[in-house]
Design a protein around this ligand. Structure first.
Ligand code: MN
Length: 251
């Protein structure tokens, strides 16, 4: 059996997840396997020190008390007979641009599939507040791109990071990873018992103006499609460091 696996990091109850399942062609066998709660910014975390519980909360919709990467593992190896021919993650309610992709459970779910040799697409919508019309436009984009990838496939080892702007869409661009700016990183406050607590996340303050980047495309109202790979080796640095003359003194 070949099927399409749908997951996310916003949790199994996110409207973005049901929307992405709707974007899969009706003729395809589809399973949804997603975290039981919001696990945004969980990155590529894999649960190794505790068991995972799975509940089928609706027909072919499975809730897991784990991470997006756990969900992909269960969807590929544990729950079903056969392999997914495509893994799709999202639709994340919030963009995943530039540096975000290193934190994003949505993008890392697609990365996990790519590590297993399965084509994968992460979808994110650039909204701060949930607007149903924006989600409808994102579903239309996802439907067209899923159909296209099913027909024409992806280069080996590639997964796609797709970001959809809020509001009217002006076009589509193939992009590279950009650079986001964040504000002061940590807020310190005092709790009702007089102890300090800290809250990470100073908020987004802008992005570097890099033509051809994912950030620029979304700011221009375009759907951004960035092809990513799992290999992180910096090939340019590997060449530069060849004359670095670092050696170990061994006993
Ligand atoms: Mn999320």
């Amino acid at each position: 059996m070949s099927f399409i696996l749908v997951t996310n990091d916003d949790g199994v109850h996110s409207p973005g997840l049901a929307s992405l399942a709707d974007a899969v062609p009706a003729a395809e066998r589809t399973f949804v396997v997603a975290p039981d709660r919001n696990r945004s910014a969980i990155g590529h975390a894999l649960t190794l020190d505790s068991p995972l519980r799975v509940d089928e909360i609706r027909h072919d919709v499975f809730s897991v008390d784990g991470t997006p990467t756990d969900c992909v593992n269960l969807g590929v190896h544990g729950l079903f007979n056969g392999q997914p021919k495509l893994v799709v993650a999202g639709i994340n309610l919030g963009a995943n641009l530039g540096d975000d992709i290193t934190y994003s459970g949505t993008v890392c779910a697609a990365m996990e599939a790519a590590l297993m040799g399965i084509p994968a697409i992460a979808f994110s919508l650039d909204v701060r507040q949930f607007i149903i019309e924006d989600l409808s436009r994102a579903v239309a984009v996802a439907r067209q791109l899923i159909n296209f990838v099913l027909d024409s496939s992806l280069p080996t080892g590639t997964f796609l990071n797709v970001n959809i702007p809020a509001g009217k869409i002006s076009g589509v661009s193939l992009t590279r990873q950009g650079k986001r700016h964040y504000g002061e990183g940590v807020v310190r406050k005092t709790d009702p018992r007089g102890r300090h607590y800290y809250w990470i996340g100073g908020g987004f303050t802008g992005f570097e103006d890099l033509p051809g980047s994912d950030c620029n495309a979304v700011a221009a109202g375009e759907v951004s499609i960035t092809p990513l790979r799992t290999g992180l080796t910096n090939e340019k640095a590997l060449k530069q460091l060849a004359d670095w003359n670092f050696s170990l003194t061994l006993d």
